[in-house]
Structure formats: C-alpha cells, structure tokens
Design a binder for this molecule. Structure first.
Ligand code: UDP
Ligand code: MG
Length: 311
C-alpha cells in the first residue's frame, strides 16, 4: 500500500549527518501517526554515506527507500529521481544536511490539509551563510524576477511539499537543465509559503560552490527566458543605428569641407567593439544551441545503480 507521506532527500557526502537526519525525520514522521516513507538518494557519494544509508535501510526497511545513483548527477536531478520514486499522497523535498529542520514538515502538512497543493518553506532567517552567498542569492532572484515570467518566491529553496496532483504535473517536465523551484512555480496550482529558520550546517561543507551556483543561475535564466537572445538583437539594432549616425556625421563633415574624422585608432576601436559584440552574440546563441543538443540526445536524466526498497 502506498504511504500517506513521502520525504525525499538527496545525499552527497553527508556521512556525518545522514544517520542523524534519518532519526530526526523518523521522530517527526512517527509523531504524525500516518504511514510514511523516506526516499534517500545517494548522488554518487564518495565517502561512507552509501554504507550508512544501506544500514539505515536494513534497520528500518519498512520506511526507508534508497536509490543509489551510478554517479553524481547533481542536486536538482537527485531530487527529481526522489520525486519520481516517491509514492506518497504528499511528497516533501528536503536537504539531508539538516539545514532545513525536519520539524517544519508538520507545518507544511498542515497547509496541505487546508487544501494547498504546493507548500514551500520560506527562509525567514538564515544562519551561518556568508554575506557573499546572501548577496549573490538576492541578486540572482532579482535577475530571474526581471527576466522571466515565472514568479519564484524570494527566499524559498527546494524545501517544499507537493500534493500528488501537482507532483504528477511536475513529473511530466523532463528537461535536462533543471531549476526545480521555478518549474514548481510554472505548474501553478494553489501554492503558499510557510516561514522557517534555516540553520547553519553543523558538519560537512556546502556542495554548492560559486561555480555550481553560477551554472544553476544559467539554467534558470536559459530555462525560463529567451531574454539574452533578444538582448543580442537589441545590441545589433543599436550598432546599426550608431553606424548610420556615424556615416551621416562623416558625410556632413565632408560636405562642410572640414578634415574627415578618421585615424587608425577610431577604426581599430570600432572593429574591436563590433567583433566583441558579435562573439558575445554567438556565445549566447551557443548557450541555447548547446542546451538544444542536450535535450535532443534524449539521454535518461539519471542512472540508478541499485534500489533498496521492501516490496
Ligand atoms: N547534494 C546532492 N548532490 C550534489 C550536491 C548536493 O545531492 O551534487 C545534496 C546535499 O547532500 C544536500 C543538498 O543537496 O543535502 C543541498 O546541498 P548543500 O547543502 O551543499 O547546498 P547549500 O545548502 O549549501 O545551498
Ligand atoms: Mg546545505
């Protein structure tokens, strides 16, 4: 029989936290008095987490499902796999590093019982993040808000509850470059936020260095907007306008009998500028073409090496 609730958590090198995470989730879920499952995704861990996860499954096979990925596919893909395999009527996605407290799950469920199909947890407070992370995160949300039509709530991460209907809608979106929280906005349904306090990491380190954050931002922008392509168009039009203006000025100067405005410096800077604009345009185009190529190959989103689940 399908459980009432599923908790989905991606795990990447969390050997210091995974056991504790399981215990806290178990305590919270047992307190609700309904059937539940915990789907843990081993996203190609390189530490002892996989063995610890198997041990958790062995200890509590009734509740714990483990997906072992064949390699590291990344956080967004890992939560996708977890949602694909979750069977609950309501599915909660949460980080396994205990930055998102499992104790908030009952609050999410309470809103679901009121009839909301998507309940996202909003970080009212954020402990132990660098100013750089906070600043770039803010900047990123502003840019997304300005460039795309989807409204992603500020300060909401991937910690959220999805009703079965909303989840089935989300599961139909199989794009490779995934920015799940915007995809969840895109599907619509009745959505609401619940505030919570996001804790600092107590062990291990972030797996989202700046490089990965940057990729995620690119996925978000290209996945939900063609604005960068339009930008090159505008640049092109502006350059044409300036060119015509310059030609007219030169003509007037010539007709007026004055010495023409010329010189190698001017030519060189114009050539460099135009060359730069064109390469930039090709680069932006390339970003989209590369993504088309990724989609067209139609590879599976992830490869599961092994599933541990009691039938
Ligand atoms: N994670 C994952 N695969 C990755 C990177 C991260 O499954 O390639 C997991 C990680 O174990 C954690 C969650 O995704 O449970 C969020 O990652 P992290 O805590 O490093 O991000 P941050 O909270 O610093 O944004
Ligand atoms: Mg974290």
């Amino acid at each position: 029989m399908n459980p009432r609730f599923s908790v989905v958590a991606p795990v990447y090198n969390e050997e210091q936290l995974v056991e504790k995470f399981y215990q806290r989730v178990r305590d919270v879920m047992e307190g609700l008095g309904k059937s539940w499952e915990l789907v843990l995704i081993n996203d190609g861990c390189r530490d002892k987490s996989p063995e610890l996860m198997d041990a958790i499954h062995a200890q509590d096979p009734e509740h714990v499902v483990i997906l072992h990925f064949a390699r590291n596919f990344g956080h967004q893909i890992a939560i996708t796999a977890g949602m694909d395999h979750a069977r609950g009527d309501a599915v909660v996605v949460i980080d396994s590093d205990l930055q998102d407290p499992p104790e908030v799950i009952p609050d999410l469920i309470a809103k679901w019982r009121e009839g909301y199909e998507v309940v996202y947890a909003v970080r009212a407070e954020r402990e132990g993040e660098t100013w750089f992370k906070l600043f770039t995160a803010r900047l990123f949300y502003r840019i997304i808000q300005a460039l795309t039509d989807v409204v992603i709530p500020m300060e909401a991460g991937d910690f959220r509850l999805l009703d079965r209907n909303a989840l089935e809608a989300l599961k139909r979106m199989r794009e490779r470059h995934r920015f799940v929280r915007a995809m969840v906005s895109w599907i619509g349904f009745r959505q609401i936020g619940v505030p919570y306090k996001r804790h600092a990491r107590t062990a291990g380190e972030t797996k989202y260095p700046f490089r990965k954050m940057f990729r995620l931002a690119l996925d978000a922008i290209t996945g939900f907007s063609v604005f960068p392509l339009k930008l090159t168009q505008w640049f092109g039009m502006a350059a044409v306008g300036l060119g015509i203006l310059l030609a007219l000025i030169l003509l007037v100067i010539r007709l007026g009998g004055a010495a023409p405005l010329a010189g190698q410096g001017l030519t060189a800077s114009l050539v460099l500028f135009m060359g730069g604009v064109q390469l930039l345009g090709i680069g932006i185009l390339g970003e989209y073409v590369g993504r088309i190529y990724d989609e067209i190959r139609d590879r599976p989103l992830y490869i599961v090496r092994e599933i541990k689940r009691r039938e």
